[in-house]
Design a protein. Structure first.
Length: 189
């Protein structure tokens, strides 16, 4: 089994997440891409993060109908801070894991809890991101596959800011996620 792992806060899941998963699936011949919303993301301690149940529901909606995408709740179901190293340990050792992440996250991977174990367990698929220098990614993460995608300047922070300002977020998130955000009043002014 060649499994892509795409984790994050997913507050909300957006088009850049889906594009990264899509590119990794096809370019690397993966069997599945597993989307893992973080339960309690330790690197966002003290920040305003939506409830795990909302982020889980939105992730399920974002990947619905795509046969090779699957949501996985092992992090939102876990008590306490969620660390990628612990999550990777929960997958069978015989699975080949590819960690899919943006270049900005890859450049900062050495700040992660037990980052050496993470890099020892996975290969990396990196999506280009505006402002993330390829040299910084190489220095921090080492060898990796650079995904053939455009640099999308889309982030959860930008989407939440636009929503609070009353600007449209349509087409930045899947339609079902947009409906969920609107019906639950998430990120409202």
């Amino acid at each position: 089994m060649r499994r892509g792992i795409l984790g994050g806060t997913f507050d909300p899941p957006h088009v850049a997440h889906l594009l990264a998963g899509e590119a990794a699936f096809w370019e690397l011949g993966l069997d599945v891409v597993t989307f893992l919303p973080a339960g309690a993301p330790w690197q966002k301690a003290g920040l305003d993060v939506s409830a795990p149940a909302h982020r889980w529901d939105m992730t399920c909606l974002a990947v619905a109908g795509i046969d090779y995408f699957e949501p996985d709740d092992r992090e939102v179901a876990r008590e306490g801070w969620t660390y990628t190293a612990d999550t990777l340990d929960s997958f069978p050792s015989q699975e080949e894991l590819v960690l899919i992440l943006g270049a900005d996250a890859a450049a900062g991977i050495r700040s992660w809890h037990r980052w050496e174990e993470v890099l020892g367990r996975v290969s990396l698929a990196v999506m280009p991101r505006p402002g993330a220098a390829p040299e910084a990614v190489e220095a921090a993460a080492g060898p990796h596959h650079l995904l053939d995608t455009p640099e999308l300047d889309v982030s959860g922070t930008m989407i939440r800011r636009r929503r609070r300002a009353g600007a449209t977020i349509r087409f930045l998130v899947p339609e079902a996620v947009l409906g969920y955000i609107e019906s639950h009043g998430l990120y409202a002014r």
